[in-house]
Write a protein that binds this ligand. Structure first.
Ligand code: GDP
Length: 298
């Protein structure tokens, strides 16, 4: 997922670590290349700029250039700063707030982002890894095929789905899911909301109405990681209108440039909680900033 960025950076740092002594100018030149590499990976401009500034001040403030292994020191600073930009100051990763059963999880996002697939993946994970009883419901009243898709997924992974009743509104389905989750003793109920190809007012209003009825414990935005900065813009819009608690970046198995992962936290302030790494129901991982920083640096 970060192949190009990783390759670019290892080029820069190979040169740096091979050089014995480093002047401040050497560091500056290397960081200029880092900045270009970040921008080419579709990291947002202010994030790339702040990143380089932070590394620069640490690399020149710590007498790095006078140390025995200056190149390695710079790499270490870059690693720590990558981790910081990926995770922010706190540590919210894959933890979901799903106490107080039945806990509602609202899944939101644009059509085609991987929302239904991710709903299934997460339900499977909560069932198998966390031992939760999960109920899934599709609120996509516009696309009967999407409702069917969730039913089929449910059967495939052995997770219950709310029976489909024709003619209901999204809010009515959400209320029925809440009732069934309560009566049926479920720990979690997941609501897979309708997506559109683009954000529109009707979609947002509908999601807001559902949110007000169920008061979700988690509102997870599913975005396509391949779309780079657009994914971050989508997250800002959803967060502004609905308020999200976290992000799931899908298609991180593809050859995306990785910018979405690097900009998301810094721009939106929201944690990436999971990444989707394929179409299969097991292809979901918690987002681990330290591991990803390691992967970026190769
Ligand atoms: P929705 O419209 O947002 O509900 O999107 P879907 O869940 O139907 O997914 C759209 C397509 O993306 C499907 O073909 C999924 O199999 C695929 N997909 C979802 N997540 C991933 C992922 O992490 N990696 C890959 N490669 N494909 C994914």
């Amino acid at each position: 997922m970060f192949e190009n960025l990783s390759e670019r950076l290892s080029g820069v740092f190979d040169r740096l670590t091979k050089q014995g002594a480093l002047s401040e100018d050497d560091v500056k030149t290397a960081l200029r290349e880092v900045r270009v590499a970040l921008l080419e990976a579709d990291v947002s401009l202010p994030v790339a700029r702040d990143f380089v500034k932070a590394v620069q001040s640490k690399a020149t403030g710590q007498a790095v250039t006078k140390s025995i292994t200056p190149g390695q020191q710079v790499v270490k600073i870059v690693h720590d700063e990558l981790q910081h930009v990926l995770a922010g100051d706190d540590d919210e990763r894959g933890e979901l707030k799903i106490d107080n059963a039945p806990a509602p999880i609202l899944m939101v996002g644009l059509q085609g982002s991987g929302k239904t697939t991710t709903t299934g993946k997460l339900a499977k994970r909560l069932t198998e890894k966390n031992g939760k009883r999960v109920l899934m419901a599709s609120l996509d009243i516009y696309r009967p095929a999407a409702m069917q898709q969730l039913q089929v997924l449910g059967q495939q992974i052995g997770v219950d789905t709310l029976p489909i009743v024709a003619g209901e509104t999204a809010v009515q389905i959400a209320k029925r899911a809440k009732q069934q989750a309560t009566l049926g003793g479920y720990d979690v109920y997941m609501l897979d909301t309708a997506g559109r190809l683009q954000i529109d007012e009707v979609l947002m209003q509908e999601v807001e109405d559902v949110r007000d009825v169920v008061k979700p414990r988690e509102t997870l935005l599913v975005v396509d990681g391949l779309t780079g900065q657009v994914a971050v813009e989508v997250a800002e819009e959803f967060d502004g209108k609905i308020g999200i608690s976290g992000v799931v970046l899908t298609r991180m198995d593809g050859d995306g440039r990785g910018g979405a992962a690097l900009s998301m936290r810094a721009v939106t302030g929201k944690p990436i909680k999971f990444v989707g790494l394929g179409e299969k129901m097991d292809a979901l991982e918690t987002f681990e900033p330290d591991r990803i920083a390691g992967r970026i640096l190769g």
